[in-house]
Design a protein around this ligand. Structure first.
Ligand code: ZN
Ligand code: ZN
Length: 151
């Protein structure tokens, strides 16, 4: 292995290790900050490239957040699955994809489409965040205690 390759392999291992530490989805920028704080001499571009490679090799999952930012995580499920993600703390539940896969397949078949792919992520507020956010939210609620629809 030449020096460049050795360096890349080491950096990729560092990115992988950083992903394993926290557990939840993180952006390239957040991982970069985490690695720098640990004294890892790594550039943001290298972090991006390592993440891309890891995603291509299916070693990490990529989530496209509602704001369009890509987030990365090492999941414990083998095979395809979906994510239920907390908007506030990013706590993630891995969800079996069977029902959604069947639905997507049927929709495509009904319209005579092939090579079906679909992207499904579910976002919400987890129980813990709901509990900690409740006091301030309660003040916004109307008399009957139910939140008005947002749109
Ligand atoms: Zn996953
Ligand atoms: Zn949460």
């Amino acid at each position: 292995m030449n020096a460049v390759r050795r360096r890349r392999t080491r950096q990729r291992a560092a990115v992988r290790a950083a992903l394993e530490e926290g557990g939840e989805f993180r952006s390239a920028q957040e991982l970069f900050t985490q690695l720098r704080e640990r004294g890892e001499g790594i550039g943001l571009a290298t972090v991006y490239r390592a993440l891309q490679n890891l995603a291509e090799d299916r070693e990490v999952d990529v989530l496209h957040g509602v704001d369009g930012e890509s987030l990365y995580r090492r999941c414990t499920s083998a095979g395809q699955h979906h994510h239920l993600v907390c908007r506030s703390c990013r706590r993630t539940v891995e969800v079996s994809s069977q029902v959604v896969d069947r639905w997507a397949g049927r929709v495509a078949r009904d319209n005579n489409y092939t090579d079906v792919e679909h992207v499904t992520e579910v976002f919400g507020t987890c129980e813990e965040c709901r509990r900690t956010e409740l006091p301030e939210r309660r003040a916004e609620l109307p008399e009957n205690g139910r939140a008005a629809p947002r749109r």
